[in-house]
Design a protein around this ligand. Structure first.
Ligand code: ZN
Length: 134
């Protein structure tokens, strides 16, 4: 895997993140569906990486997917996320990672809204920090 600009040890991440953020971002965990505080958030603003603060998604790309996690039809800047083939759990999926710190964010599926991109970035709420627009 290529080196991310932000490099920290596991001990440093553990100190900075909550247990759930650490599990998602650093151990590629998945929060329980409908448990994340941002799943149904509709407020205008920016979604940043909970690990490093990089801007990842905006409210303009958020939509209600009904899948139980925050869903976006596109990233704020395509090169601020990394897409990687994920063969875990006996499935072929596309993993979405933060390009700045390498943190696991969620997965990308191609069942998003047909009227826009057709993509669904299914992202863990715990991996995101929401910054409401003034
Ligand atoms: Zn990050």
């Amino acid at each position: 895997m290529s080196e991310s600009p932000v490099q920290k040890t596991d001990a440093e991440w553990k100190k900075e993140l909550t247990a759930e953020q650490y599990h998602v971002l650093r151990e590629a965990g998945t929060e329980r569906p409908y448990s994340g505080v941002l799943t149904d958030n509709q407020a205008p603003g920016i979604y940043r990486c909970a690990g490093c603060g990089a801007e990842l998604f905006t409210s303009e790309n958020k939509y209600h997917s009904g899948c139980g996690w925050p869903a976006f039809d596109d990233a704020a800047q395509t090169d601020w996320v990394i897409l990687r083939k994920d063969l875990s759990h006996g499935m072929i999926r596309t993993e979405v990672l933060c390009a700045t710190c390498g943190g696991h964010l969620g997965h990308l599926f191609n069942d998003g809204p047909a009227e826009t991109t057709g993509m669904r970035y299914c992202i863990n709420s715990a991996a995101l920090d929401f910054q409401e627009k003034e």
